[in-house]
Design a protein around this ligand. Structure first.
Ligand code: NAD
Length: 499
């Protein structure tokens, strides 16, 4: 069985990590069914960090059985809400204790900066786990008045064994968003991290065990999408599947669910979010937020504000300010001082993004800033702005998932809303203006699950997040996410015992 030992000696973090990286089933680490491994690559260098045990489809069956046993004996309706809350809270505290180590693993494995991991990913992951600890003893139905001869009420019962499949862009955070509501409601879990970024999920296994969760409540299988992910989606004994990832894979998952046991599916998928800047916006603020919107997490964010619409009266000044801000972004070693942007996650993503940059050039757009690789080793790309784009260009229509934004000039208010909504996606949108009526009217007309006014990329554990159209189905976070993990049962009691 594989383990990972590493001595961090970086400006941001010094310390040793040492933990098992096997397949985590029924509270134990073991080798995968075929005794094979997956290479984990450092995106900063392109070199191997370690290998971790590869789970197989046979492991999915074993994990589902362990999860079902836990649901029937130690979790589900057998663990009180208070108990579930206590363990979730303990897990949050353990994550606090290991915060720096989790940040270092995230920076090493994913390439995001240590500072970013600390302020955003890991901090938010801990908040999310603690937030759902607070919900665990408040999962309740309603008494519904019918007539005096009856008592009728609802129970929100845990669904049972659920599957969760997560991506590589916010590895620990996506895990926390999924574990929190599932554990709070009493479900047991088989979770598959991305094969590109398994390290924080594997580190979490030991913390989950230490927090005291009974064996089998959480099972973590690092495996490939076409094997483990596909087996989970079509499994007859997984009753709900929560997925975050690409729209392409989301479609496959829904199809597998339909063809197997009609499990319920929630999907958090891609985006091509519009960011609309009106003439009356605070120019400096709008430029800073727009840069944050697209270059956040190296552009590897589903809600990235990748289409920036700027009204003609402010266009030249905005572009100058936005370009200056973009050029000031420091790209480099994720553990380095003052670095804003590390490498893209993988060779595959690097190639994909460079391919989009080439397509933009070939289709006639102008590279206003960036457009090139940074350095020779690793997967670094300059923050890039395209201008002179037209609506049919590939870089305007497709999700790039990298540090590449397009700036589009507009004049008419109604027309910009039409253009903003002219996409298959509907995850998020932003509007910048100092006119409150215009701000609210625009926010309401935009077809997106989240609308930001004079800000972007604001997310909170309490606030639902998810997409319209092909950006997804269902909501994560907040009270809304609890609905994904419970079945509602209506109980009718006849008080008078007469037909
Ligand atoms: P991806 O869809 O390739 O992979 C996501 C996960 O699905 C991985 O764990 C992968 O192994 C698994 N997978 C791949 N093929 C599968 C299959 N056939 N069956 C089951 N599982 C399979 O996405 P990615 O490249 O890891 O992540 C990037 C995408 O995720 C982007 O499109 C982005 O917009 C989206 N995303 C969305 C959100 C959101 O909240 N809406 C958040 C993060 C990422």
């Amino acid at each position: 069985m594989t383990t990972f030992s590493y001595d961090f000696k970086t400006p941001a973090y010094t310390g040793k990590v040492d933990f098992p990286t096997g397949v985590f089933i029924d509270g134990e680490f073991k080798e995968g069914g075929d005794k094979t491994t997956i290479d984990v690559i450092n995106p900063t260098t392109g070199k191997l960090i370690t290998t971790v045990s590869e789970a197989t489809t046979a492991d999915v069956d074993i994990a589902v059985k362990a999860a079902q046993k836990a649901f029937d004996t130690t979790w589900g309706l057998n663990a009180s809400g208070a108990r579930r809350a206590e363990l979730l809270w303990k897990l949050g505290l353990l994550m606090d204790d290991h915060m720096e180590e989790l940040c270092a693993l995230e920076a090493l494995d994913n390439g995001k900066t240590f500072g970013w991991a600390k302020n955003v990913d890991v901090a938010f992951a801990i908040q999310s786990i603690k937030y759902y600890a607070g919900w665990a003893d408040k999962i309740q139905g309603k008494v519904i008045e019918t007539d005096e001869s009856k008592l009728t009420y609802t129970r929100h019962e845990p669904i049972g064994v659920v599957g969760q499949i997560i991506p590589w862009n916010f590895p620990l955070l996506m895990m926390a968003w999924k574990l929190g509501p599932a554990l709070a409601t009493g479900c047991t879990i088989v979770l598959k991290p991305s094969e590109f970024t398994p390290l924080t999920a594997l580190r979490m296994c030991s913390l989950i065990r230490e927090a005291g969760f009974p064996p089998g409540v959480v099972n973590i299988l690092v495996g490939y999408g076409h094997t483990v992910g596909a087996a989970m989606s079509s499994h007859m004994d997984i009753h709900k599947l929560a997925f975050t990832g690409s729209t392409l894979v989301g479609r496959k998952i829904m199809e597998s669910a339909a063809k197997s046991n009609l499990k319920t599916v929630t999907l958090e998928l891609g985006g091509k979010s519009p960011n609309i800047i009106f003439d009356d916006a605070d120019l400096e603020q709008a430029a800073n937020w727009a840069a944050h919107g697209i270059f956040w997490n190296h552009g590897q964010a589903c809600c990235a504000g990748s289409r920036i619409f700027v009204q003609s009266g402010i266009y030249d000044k905005f572009l100058a300010a936005f370009a200056e801000k973009t050029r000031s972004i420091k790209v480099g070693d994720p553990f380095g001082d003052d670095v804003d942007q590390g490498p893209q996650v993988s060779q595959q993503q690097f190639d994909r993004i460079m391919g989009y940059i080439d397509s933009g050039k070939q289709e006639g757009a102008t590279v206003h800033v960036g457009g090139k690789r940074v350095g020779e080793a690793g997967y670094f790309i300059e923050p890039t702005i395209f201008t002179d784009v037209t609506p049919e260009m590939t870089i305007v229509r497709e999700e790039i998932f990298g540090p590449v934004g397009v700036v589009i000039k507009f004049t008419d208010e109604e027309d910009v809303i039409r253009q903003a909504n002219d996409t298959v996606y509907g995850l998020a949108a932003a509007v910048f203006t100092q006119d409150i009526n215009r701000a609210l009217e625009t926010a309401h007309k935009l077809q997106a699950g989240t609308a930001w006014i004079n800000c972007v990329n604001q997310l909170h554990a309490q606030v639902p997040f998810g997409g319209f159209k092909q950006s997804g189905i269902g909501r994560e976070l907040g009270e809304y996410a609890l609905e994904n993990y419970t079945n509602i049962k209506a109980v009718h009691v006849n008080l008078r015992h007469r037909m």
